[in-house]
Design a protein around this ligand. Sequence first.
Ligand code: ZN
Length: 440
Amino acid sequence: MSIKIGAEIDVKAISHKMYDLISELYPICRSITGDGVRKTLYYVQQHIPLSIHEVKSGTQVFDWTVPKEWNIRDAYIKNCQGEKIIDFQKLNLHVLNYSIPVRQNVKLEELKQHIITIPDKPDWVPYRTSYYKETWGFCMSHNQMMEMQDPEYEVCIDSTLEDGSLTYGEYFIKGDTEEEVLISCHTCHPSLANDNLAGIALTAFLAQYLSQLKLKYSYRFVFLPGTIGSITWLAQNEVNVNKIQHGLVVTCIGDPGKSHYKKSRRGNADIDKAAIHVLQRSGQDYVIQEFSPYGYDERQYCSPGFNLPVGCFMRSPHGTYPEYHTSADNLDLVKPEYLADSLTKFLAVLNIIDNNNKYINQNPKCEPQLGKRGLYGAIGGQTDTKKRELAMLWVLNMSDGENSLLDIAEKSGLEFDLIKETADTLEKFDLLKIPPNPRV
Ligand code: ZN
């Protein structure tokens, strides 16, 4: 069974499972290293047999070094009455991610230098990190900070920053060929539902579904901390990277925004064409973005030394929706219906990628006589007979070993699935053949 949307897959049911996984992962305090990531990957392992990889702190990965491992048990700010006004156990965003440990009494003025708020969104708590500068801090709502009047507060961050390792997860599905499709998501944000958890859930359930199918390509799914994770993965897998023929970075796919596709650095890779084909025919608003060296892990996959054909699929892009990197990116922002819509689009793109063969017309001198082969009726019975005849003519004419089925769909203005179905029929009637080494 190849990738096919429709009766064979209950996207709606899967979207609820995705949402359940997001809800389970939401309370965990993740970062670029540490037990939060391990725990997250353990939850993903309940759905797919992920292999877990640990890379030691201090390992050199291209121009970067795998950082020390950060873990946190508790954090709070207490007022003069000993009441916790900030409690990490209630919301892990309250701690500046990667804060070094601290336990002391601090004057209000000094404490304020360690507090981050968003004045123009005064009820929301920001999400901030300090990975590469050793410091400590708290994030809180602007309104709450404005209420702080005590001369002194007790602050506690019970964290450790020590040599350990960076953790990433990987799942591989062997297809008919060694050539690979890479699907990558980031796993380093704490309680943020759309930015990271939605991508993790989609990647996990997409992998679970694909594992049941017979696929042309092999598929590699990676769950890694943003930036340093993909840099580490590329450094450790450099010899195999040339197997990657297509790839997608999955991020922010659970919010109500319209779909965005950011092209690979190449700009005209098959993955770019497939994603654009799907969005153009989705009947919904969408945005196609040119590549830029700013965003998620496509920055590393598309760095000039690799220049992999990897695009980025999202709904609202990072930084453009008000809830981005705040406590409002929560379980209310993400909805199963948006997850379902994103999953449907991913399946449609991968359906194209996995079936996008090039054929050679076996009767290229003038049109073959379709009527005598019974081909006019072969896929008949449909009301759109004219369209199907047209598809046959297009596929026969353009199948010279150079044009892929997607090229033919684009040129003819017909849907990919119709072109693919037509090619299957013509192949059955010995009018088309896949050349022996189609992708060389
Ligand atoms: Zn983010």
